[in-house]
Design a binder for this molecule. Structure first.
Ligand SMILES: Nc1ncnc2c1ncn2[C@@H]1O[C@H](COP(=O)(O)OP(=O)(O)O)[C@@H](O)[C@H]1O
Ligand SMILES: [Mg+2]
Length: 368
């Protein structure tokens, strides 16, 4: 079998790694000549909406998938016109490309989301404050990631300047959720509607970027764990999503509140390569190719630590007992994810020391 992937970054790289033992060959489309996945997959160097590039990446493929949600609509249309299945289906993209449509979908499913108001001009500020209050967060509806495209609004007086700062239109203003911690849930769904639901994980961010994931989320009540998984399943089914998706969540005293949906493999699922029986990457490959899904159970407990900004000290990381290092081969840059480390143990106690060691090295790379 053969899989085409739009995007050739580290997510595509790990998808290609998990495809290889299944005998599935991979081609990626990515305009960057030195993208991570290009090291192990056939690489078509072209823009995402380049017709010749799209034809090339889908040549001989059974299905085309993607590693990022901002795939241009023109790309999906071109592939569809040539009879090439694109999975997940376009609905997964069109809804998750827009924070407003995401929230609308989830509240329609009875899932709790932050109170929000849409802002399309400076004149909408008063009504938004009336509906949502302050403090809050103003976000661009589209193209935000890693905390980019959003501004904290501490008091009502700050909103007009925030609106101007983010371009004045196509914005969403959200009430600030008083969460105790952030969680996420990864769900894989097969072409037959079968499901593999990973345990909810706890995520810690730094500078708006994921820093560390603990799997499963420590001390999560059965009630909150079930609620989180039910949210993932409800979203996957409502979208008729095929493959992996992730829903980012807030854990609060009043229950689970959903934040945003990623229609793809997610950084908070990287732990699953070593930490789960079947990884999110393999389950995405299996799902979109119509193969049976694998077991999402955790092997004990796992943690994932991101290396951001500067090259990891490889020898120091490898000196941590049990550390598995994944280096994406990308040029260092402030705020850029360059690698991650996964630790797996039988118990949280056994994980504590290696995790603390990994975190020190991660912080050092981030600060350098
Ligand atoms: N409504 C909210 N209330 C409280 N914190 C929020 C809210 N929205 C976002 N955040 C914080 O900002 C981070 C980034 O926001 P998010 O919506 O996930 O955007 P991104 O696409 O950049 O990940 C979240 O992980 C969370 O820490
Ligand atoms: Mg997020």
């Amino acid at each position: 079998m053969r899989l085409g992937i739009l995007g050739g970054g580290q997510l595509a790289w790990m998808l290609a790694q998990s495809a290889e033992p299944l005998g599935v060959s991979v081609a990626v489309l990515d305009p960057s000549p030195d993208c991570a996945a290009g090291r192990i997959a056939d690489h078509v160097v072209a823009a995402y909406d380049d017709p010749a590039g799209l034809d090339e990446v889908s040549k001989g493929a059974d299905v085309v998938t993607y590693e990022f949600e901002n795939v241009p609509a023109a790309a999906v249309t071109r592939l569809a016109e040539h009879g090439m299945p694109v999975l997940p289906f376009p609905a997964s993209l069109t809804i998750t490309q827009d924070r407003a449509r995401e929230k609308e979908l989830m509240s329609g499913l009875g899932i709790k989301v932050a109170p929000y108001a849409l802002i399309d001009s400076a004149d909408d500020a008063a009504a938004a404050l009336e509906a949502v209050g302050a403090p809050g967060i103003l976000k661009t509806r589209r193209l935000g990631y890693d905390g980019k495209g959003q501004v904290r609004v501490k008091s009502a007086d700050d909103l007009p300047a925030a609106i101007a700062e983010l371009g004045g239109t196509d914005l969403i203003y959200e009430g600030l959720i008083a969460f105790t911690r952030e969680l996420s849930v990864v769900v894989a769904r097969g072409t037959d509607g079968s499901l593999a639901v990973y345990p909810p994980v706890e995520n810690e961010h730094r500078d708006g970027i994921l820093a560390c994931t603990l799997a499963p989320a420590p001390d999560l009540s059965a009630e909150h764990a079930e609620a989180a998984q039910a949210i993932g399943v409800a979203v996957a089914e409502a979208l008729d999503h095929i493959g992996v998706l992730c829903v980012e969540l807030f854990d609060t005293a009043e229950g689970i509140v959903a934040n945003e949906i990623a229609p793809r493999v997610h950084n908070s699922g990287h732990w699953s390569i070593e930490g789960a029986v079947t990884s999110q990457f393999e389950n995405h490959v299996r799902g979109v190719l119509g193969l049976p899904l694998g077991d999402p159970s955790v092997r004990g407990v796992a943690a994932m630590v991101n290396i951001v900004g500067t090259e990891p000290d490889l020898a120091a990381l490898l000196a941590i007992p049990g550390a598995s290092v994944h280096t994406y081969g990308k040029a260092p840059r402030t705020g850029r994810k360059l690698a991650h480390v996964t630790l797996v143990a039988d118990s949280a106690e056994a994980l504590a020391v290696p995790l603390a060691q990994a975190r020190v090295l991660c912080d050092a790379a981030w600060d350098a």
